[in-house]
Design a protein. Structure first.
Length: 335
């Protein structure tokens, strides 16, 4: 049975300088559309899962183009609300060598951040859905967004809909203290959680692992599960940044007290890192929905994320077959 996934979040216009061009010197910007939950909706649709996307955007051509971008991948965008003043925007200067990628947000007072929960018909939005995907980014946009996120997660849990939550902390959007208070309020409603070591320490107050701990990440997963036994699955990546265009990536997956690791992907020519985390989350959800074993799930998710790093833009349009081909093989000519 196909299980329908609801993704709720902010759609953004992304404007990027050319590689090697500083913000001070750019004379042209490349346009992409993004947003964490929109990316996951697109990714899951590319992996043959029925996906529905909900947001609020202004009633203008730019915003409609952003929604059509999501729709062209097969995502159901019928719940989208039009209204408000502006589409959130962010600007990217791609990094190189020791110079990191720079992101500038311009999303204050965007349509979704100003949306009231009274504008949402929760019954209609959750009807027929099997999984809700939402992130801490959406909660960070405003008090209204925080309230909407909380209510959606709580209602989904009450209706037996699985909740996947990606902490996805953004320091430019809210403080550690604000995030910690909110995260503790919603974690009792979460079934699947994207979180790692720093999330456990900074937001949940978990004591750092001692030198005698043999598997540090397993220690943090177990500690989170002790606090929130409702969380069935946890996952995250281990990334080693050698340079802005050369990283290694390894996926981790926790279930039933066991932590499973993927092979390490050596990504030595990154085209675009943004959206890599969303691709990873999508790969994990794909494996869960397909009832795959933990090793397959984490190998698939990490490969799917590694593929995203090879293209420009926020979403990962790769198929199941394309991803499975690189799970256990190196790059080659596909004839």
């Amino acid at each position: 049975m196909n299980q329908t996934i609801l993704c709720v979040g902010e759609t953004l216009a992304r404007l990027s300088t050319q590689v090697g061009v500083h913000f001070f010197d750019t004379t042209g910007l490349q346009l992409h559309y993004g947003g964490a939950e929109a990316n996951v909706a697109i990714n899951l649709s590319s992996l043959n899962h029925p996906s529905v996307y909900f947001t609020k955007v202004p009633d203008n051509q730019l915003a409609k183009a952003a929604i059509k971008h999501v729709q062209k991948y097969g995502v159901d965008v019928s719940p989208v609300i039009y209204g408000g003043e502006r589409l959130g925007t962010y600007y990217v200067e791609p990094g190189a060598g020791g110079r990191p990628t720079t992101v500038i947000y311009d999303r204050a007072h965007s349509s979704i951040s100003q949306m009231k929960k009274e504008e949402i018909n929760i019954d209609e939005l959750l009807e027929g859905k099997h999984l809700l995907h939402i992130t801490g980014i959406t909660a960070a946009l405003s008090e209204d967004s925080r309230e909407m996120t909380y209510e959606l997660m709580k209602e989904a849990k009450n209706r037996g809909i699985k909740v996947n939550f990606d902490m996805n902390y953004r320091a430019k959007l809210w403080s550690v203290e604000e995030a910690g208070v909110f995260l503790k309020s919603v974690l009792p409603y979460v079934d699947y959680l994207s979180a790692g070591k720093l999330d456990a320490i900074n937001f949940l107050g978990i004591k750092e692992a001692g030198a005698d701990v043999s598997d540090e990440l397993a220690y943090y997963y177990d500690a989170i599960h002790h606090l929130y036994p409702n969380v069935e699955i946890m996952y995250s990546t281990i990334r080693d940044v050698i340079s802005a265009t050369h990283n290694t990536l390894q996926g981790t997956f926790w279930k039933d007290g066991k932590t499973t690791y993927s092979k390490v992907h050596d990504m030595d020519f990154i085209i675009d890192r943004i959206g890599g985390g969303d691709a990873f989350a999508s790969g994990v959800l794909h494996g869960i929905l397909e009832e795959k074993d933990p090793q397959y799930i984490i190998e698939f998710a990490t490969a799917f994320s590694a593929l995203k790093h090879t293209i420009s833009g926020d979403a990962s349009p790769f198929t199941i077959g394309e991803t499975e081909r690189i799970m256990s093989s190196d790059a080659r000519v596909d004839r």
